[in-house]
Design a protein around this ligand. Structure first.
Ligand code: AMP
Ligand code: MG
Length: 408
């Protein structure tokens, strides 16, 4: 067995870059508009017409010619126009037309006086309206194309489709849209001691946590998890299970069995069956990380301790899924906060400390959630994220500003 020193020690950024460099976005498919929510746009969308398509009233009121207006003047009312029923005859000089919000502006009129700024006068069949406040020329009129102009680039390929982008596509009359295929991600826990929930727990066994945390994180990252049964630490079983995973997924994520223990076999299988890079990542928790390809499918092997697995997924698995799903902006939700505790340590690794956040006098304050062991999952359930302690800091006094990655 090679010793840990035989393997490269990488920074988090180097490891992340190596993962991203070897992953390509998935193919683009056509999806019905609503099914495209939370997916990533696979085409750049240009408007083929103005939005709104016509000048229309922004208020319920009277469409008029601005040149006719003066305070207290009375204008005869020529009729009423509702949204969706264009009025084709021009508004004659010195006349007003009742108009409802969203109705197309009639020819001739350039301004709308809202009802609240008028007084109705005269009988219904010979109605007139008195102007109590004179608006600016063009006031209360929405111009054709004021939202989007014909020919304008509206959405770029690689953009995440949120409800507002779905609405924008609807405003252009789209019923379907080209998006990247969603990644199917196989999740495989390893370990003789690890058993799936629903089975009795025998002496020495623990329930499988990582399949569930990682699957939930995959869902949050925009992928579809495929949960496989935990596999024991046997090379033949592991090989068979990984081959099955390879045929069914765009990415495989394993947990456990990737360190230098006697029964840590994931690396052996990757070397025998595919291509492997193994690194020590200069971070805590979560030092060992294997990445490679099996039959062309990328495989990310996370450490087994539940906190280390979650954090490593966040740092390396999440961006991998974002790249697969075509996102052009692979971001990391991060805020700045003040440490409530003093941090001392001396190992030169980047530490990720579990914290809960409090708003105090306009500042976000980060408190340690307690025991920081990499198997203490409650250190994460008690908090909202992890404070990043840079490699170079041996001593950080309380009150120091740190980055906090949000793991909500
Ligand atoms: P390993 O990386 O396989 O040596 O595992 C490190 C630690 O994480 C051991 O204490 C394992 O029992 C634990 N562990 C590994 N996989 C899981 C899992 N899926 N759920 C909960 N704990 C796990
Ligand atoms: Mg193990």
């Amino acid at each position: 067995m090679r010793t840990p020193e035989d393997y490269a020690l990488l920074s988090v950024e180097q490891a992340r870059q190596r993962v991203l460099d070897s992953i390509a976005p998935l193919p683009i498919v056509e999806a019905p508009l609503l099914a495209a929510l939370d997916r990533v746009l696979g085409e750049t969308v240009c408007a083929s017409f103005d939005v709104p398509p016509h000048d229309n009233s922004a208020m319920d009121g009277y469409a008029v010619r601005h040149a006719d207006l003066a305070l207290g003047i009375q204008l005869p009312v020529a009729g009423a126009v509702a949204a969706g029923h264009p009025w084709v005859a021009p508004v004659k000089p010195g006349h007003a037309l009742r108009i409802m919000t969203g109705a197309q502006m009639p020819p001739g009129a350039d301004t709308v006086v809202r009802f609240e700024h008028t007084t109705a006068c005269g009988a219904a069949d010979a109605a007139a309206v008195r102007i109590d406040r004179v608006p600016r020329a063009g006031e209360n009129v929405r111009q054709a194309g004021e939202d989007v102009r014909a020919g304008q680039q509206v959405l770029m390929a690689g953009a995440l489709l949120r409800p507002q982008e779905i609405g924008m596509l609807a405003s252009l009359g789209r019923t379907s849209i080209r998006v990247y295929r969603r990644p199917r991600v196989a999740v495989l826990s390893t370990g003789d001691e690890v058993v799936a929930a629903g089975q009795p727990l025998l002496p020495g066994q623990i329930y499988d946590i990582n399949s569930y945390t990682v699957a939930a994180q995959i869902m949050r990252a925009g992928g579809d998890p495929l949960l496989l049964e935990p596999v024991p630490d046997r090379q033949d079983h592991l090989t068979a299970r990984l081959h099955r995973a390879m045929q069914q997924s765009d990415l495989i994520i394993t947990s456990g069995g990737v360190s230098v223990g006697d029964f840590d076999l994931v690396k052996q299988v990757l070397v025998a069956e595919g291509r492997m890079d193994f690194w020590w990542v200069n971070m805590k928790p979560g030092k060992p990380l294997a990445f490679g390809h099996l039959g062309g499918v990328p495989l990310l092997a996370l450490p087994g301790n539940p906190v280390a697995a979650m954090l490593s997924f966040h740092l390396f698995g999440r961006p991998a899924i974002h790249k697969l799903r075509g996102l052009s902006n692979i971001d990391e939700p991060v805020i700045c906060a003040q440490l409530a505790d003093t941090i001392e340590r001396k190992d030169g690794r980047r530490h990720y400390l579990r914290v809960w956040l409090e708003e105090r006098e306009g500042q976000t304050v980060a408190h340690l959630t307690g025991d920081q062991g990499s198997g203490i999952l409650s250190s994460l359930t008690r908090g909202q994220g992890v404070a990043v302690i840079p490699e170079s800091c041996d001593h950080l006094p309380a009150g120091s500003t740190v980055k906090v990655l949000l793991l909500d």
